[in-house]
Write a protein that binds this ligand. Sequence first.
Ligand code: GUN
Ligand code: FE
Length: 438
Amino acid sequence: MLKVFRGELLHFLADPAKVSLQDSYQYLEDGLLIIRDGIVEQVGDAVDLLPTLDKDIAVTHYENGLIMPGFIDTHVHYPQTEMIASYGEQLLEWLENYTFPFERQFSDLEHGKNVAEFFLTQLLAAGTTTALVFGTVHKESVEAFFTIAQQKKLRMICGKVLMDQNCPDYLSDTAQSGYDDSKALIEKWHNTDRLQYAITPRFAPTCSTEQLNKAGQLLSENPSVYLHTHLSENEAEIAWVKELFPDSEGYLDVYDKSKLLGRRSIFAHGVHLHDSECQRLGETNSAVAFCPSSNLFLGSGLFNLQQAQKFNVNVSYGTDIGAGTTFSMLSTLNEAYKTQQLRSAKLDPFQSFYLATLGGAVALDLEGTIGNFTKGAEADFIVLDYHATPLIARRMQHCTTLSEKLFILSMIGDERHIKSTYIMGEKVMGEKVMGEKV
Ligand code: GUN
Ligand code: FE
């Protein structure tokens, strides 16, 4: 079935940090997005494409808004949805006092489904259409998540947490049971519809060397699955890793020794990386998820985007709910900009929207599948609303360039500024719009 959308339209073709700005995106003031059976067929100027369409086709026309690919959140914990904004601690105490007791509830499949339903609704309302998601140590948590994501026809990646040391007994697996449970989940869910699996060691301190090695073994046995973990988030955490793994050259090297780096490996945070670690991430094509709201909330530090770019590391954004304080990718862009200001660096709005869309797809090795409107891509897209609130409507009156509009959306935008969210060409969130005849 053919579906046609008309309006201001933007998507990225390449990283603005690597090519000239003009070559990095396609922007159409009055564009047409043509979708067949949930897949992008064509994008172009309305004036050129409208005459080529059958007269009977309804065109959904969005005014005062911007059609763009759905956002991609490359690090988030669905089980932590209801513990967002837990007061007063930095990482290690926050985990012990709030997170571990909270995650205990996810041995219950029904509880997991209930939270997954709410979590995914929040993501879609925020304009995020794909995410790389932590479950808990319980296999039921992933079963619950995939069941709901499948019902919603979403492209989602999730994995069961591996943790066999330095954690409460009630939240501990073993190297063998973690391997077996992950393997069974891969067999059941990986590449089922649009679902994919990520092997998910929580972080080095809660994983024995045996467990990390088993994770590496599982990854080599299943090269199309992902590896998702935390890395160099907090100073006390890094000092602890040094104590626990005295034979390693550094934090990243713990994972490297277990063969966990590669094209489908995503490391969350990376706030305190050495140049040599960035070099290794770059040369192995691994990705780092920049989680600004979480890094500020837990007082973890200011991510060095320039350093990562210098070493050609794939970077994308993560909300990191529940250490992050928002589901909104627009708000995440806001916090990223302010983080870079505190480093005396500028974060250009084109670069930031790239990271939130195509950059996420590149980090997840899904370029061509999601993240832009290239022919053949899955039509997960959103409509941003320039008139969502009286404030943004007034502010937009003073805008003359796309760059300004993007910047304003990323500074004052949030869920209210997502007019509609579409999954495979079907509207799943937002107001009713009038179809118009060509
Ligand atoms: N490091 C290990 N586990 C976690 C977690 O749940 N959240 C964050 N932000 N960092 C972690
Ligand atoms: Fe996290």
